[in-house]
Write a protein that binds this ligand. Structure first.
Ligand code: GDP
Length: 367
């Protein structure tokens, strides 16, 4: 390793010349034993987020390095935003290295959900997406659930090698690393965490028992994540904080649901059916007639239909329609990063509206 000083928050190399660039810390702070960059300082003390500039190129470089290494890879996804937080190309970079797949934020799933079922579901999805993990775990980094089990699994699978932790922004990677630090060293909050995507920069190395490291890589930004289209205030609303209560709607066709003003769902054609909605409890769901939906949105987006809040409405992307014909029973209609609707009965037609750039898709039901 070089002699450069790294921020104890995010791991970025400290520089003292340019205030507007990454890793800036005032020269006087270098005298301290633990140096924290200005960005992490602000985040920690004022809960204020500064823009980040980790390019996709940089991330590819890091992935390339991992591919060349002989290591264990721990990939974290957000179970609430499985597809949106998946790193699509990772399996091309893993080389011969084993991968453990971790689904974080399990505390958000309704308690009635059987975890083994979710694990099996993740295994199948991973395989379909081209990744064959050694094992799959569900954790809650925030609540410390199953962290010990994962640490044991890491120890078991790493065979004395380095461990790389990868994941896209907002999956809770920093929270996970902080948990691990707490388990292994008793220290708290060595790494900065926040609501906003893109807050983990550069790599940070945590020493393991045998002169190997657990390496926290920066989170890559998945540009189609809903989180990038709303402001900080609205992000708090759409990010669930506790167990999601499913909300069930019995709909006839030609009825519409609005999820705040962020997304819309039209039941276009089919028999009367029930639609089970899994969204942050703080997102209001409005039901209306399909024929009134356009007008309602035009008139009330930013007020009745919020978030987005009115101040942010002008920057908010237009909603784009995606049509789906549902042919399989037990299907999820996924609004990437926002939630999903489960439909049990097949043979219906629906339309989904999400902000331009955000993904909408069907998948086999998670719950
Ligand atoms: P990073 O960008 O991947 O490093 O993510 P952070 O650790 O900063 O976390 C992103 C957001 O997810 C924050 O709002 C965290 O509070 C939240 N979060 C992290 N872990 C969990 C968890 O286990 N459960 C829940 N409900 N939220 C979590």
């Amino acid at each position: 390793m070089t002699e450069r000083i790294h921020c104890i928050g995010c791991g970025v190399a400290i520089q003292t010349e340019n205030k507007d660039e990454l890793g800036y810390a005032p020269p006087s702070s270098l005298e301290k034993e633990e140096v924290i960059c200005q960005r992490c300082f602000r985040l920690k003390h004022y809960n204020e987020v500064q823009d980040v500039s980790l390019t996709d190129d940089d991330f590819l470089k890091i992935l390339n390095e991992i591919g060349k290494s002989d290591s264990l890879i721990v990939k974290i996804v957000d179970i609430f935003d499985f597809n949106g937080s998946w790193l699509p190309g990772l399996h091309r970079f893993t080389g011969k290295n084993k991968v453990l797949l971790i689904g974080n934020k399990v505390d958000l799933l309704p308690k009635s959900v059987k975890q083994q079922k979710v694990i099996n579901w993740m295994k199948k999805e991973a395989k379909d997406l081209g990744l064959r993990p050694e094992d799959v775990y569900l954790v809650s980094a925030e609540r410390g659930k199953n962290i010990k089990e994962v640490l044991e699994a890491i120890e078991y699978h790493r065979h004395g090698k380095n461990v790389y932790v990868v994941g896209c922004t907002n999956v809770g990677k920093s929270t996970f690393i902080n948990r691990i630090l707490k388990e292994v060293s008793g220290e708290e909050n060595v790494i900065t965490t926040s609501h906003f995507p893109g807050t983990t920069l550069d790599i940070i190395e945590i020493p393991l028992s045998d002169s190997k490291y657990l390496v926290d890589t920066p989170g890559i930004i998945n540009h189609h994540q809903m989180a990038h289209f709303v402001d900080k205030k609205d992000l708090k609303v759409i990010t669930p904080k506790k167990e999601i209560k499913s909300r069930i709607f019995q709909l006839n066709d030609k009825q519409t649901l609005f999820f705040g003003g962020l997304a819309r769902f039209d039941f276009v054609k089919g028999e009367r059916s029930s639609f089970v909605c899994y969204f942050s409890n703080e997102i209001t769901i409005h039901r209306t007639k399909l024929e009134n939906a356009d007008e309602l949105y035009k008139k009330h987006a930013g007020e009745l239909l919020t978030p987005p809040n009115r101040d942010h409405l002008d920057d908010f992307p237009e909603l784009v329609r995606h049509d789906f014909s549902i042919k399989e029973p037990k299907t999820d209609i996924v609004f990437s990063g926002l939630g999903w609707i489960t439909v049990n009965e097949p043979n219906i037609q629906v339309s989904v509206y999400v902000p331009k750039g955000v993904h909408a898709m069907l998948r086999k039901s998670l719950i």
